[in-house]
Design a protein around this ligand. Sequence first.
Ligand SMILES: Cc1cc2nc3c(=O)[nH]c(=O)nc-3n(C[C@H](O)[C@H](O)[C@H](O)COP(=O)(O)O)c2cc1C
Length: 171
Amino acid sequence: MDFFDAINKRASYREEFDGAGISKADLEEIVEAGIKAPSGYNHQTTSFIIVTNTEVKSKLAELVPTKAMKTAAAVIIPVSSYWEANNGLSFEIEDYAASVENIMLAIVAKGYAGVWVDGQMKLGHTGDKIAELIHLEDGLTARAVIPVGRPVKDVPQKEKKSFGERAKFIE
Ligand SMILES: Cc1cc2nc3c(=O)[nH]c(=O)nc-3n(C[C@H](O)[C@H](O)[C@H](O)COP(=O)(O)O)c2cc1C
């Protein structure tokens, strides 16, 4: 799929998936897009847990009980490690967000759908519970869950404000 087609087609998918699996090769290609993202000082603070195990997926769906999580072929969990440069700067949030957007676009480009679920991680200690479930070491933070699969419904992209409302040239 053309890059700009993927940009224009991407939409958060919260519906059920078709129940089919997703190949390891496709998952690797999707997550590789996240690995290729830029990061502050190229320190690459984001890593990824890719869950296809049925039992672990259903435990994740108990913690984030949505239609997409309950039927996802895979759940990608971006994980941050804290790192601070000598000047005190740290970019784990920016690094993670850049990686995830690449992943969201790659998901669409490969014909799948998904949703970036970060807000729900911050409620009711869900992120900590997920970290415990997937045995994350101390110092690592589970930032989001991204349920992925083949969509059964067509979800159009939400309307975005116009170029003129959100951008301007200084010429
Ligand atoms: C940082 C961030 C956190 C988000 N957290 C959630 C979430 O917890 N649950 C959810 O269903 N969607 C979440 N989303 C998806 C947004 O709700 C969605 O991107 C927004 O409504 C715009 O819709 P679109 O993605 O279809 O363009 C999140 C997106 C971002 C970038």
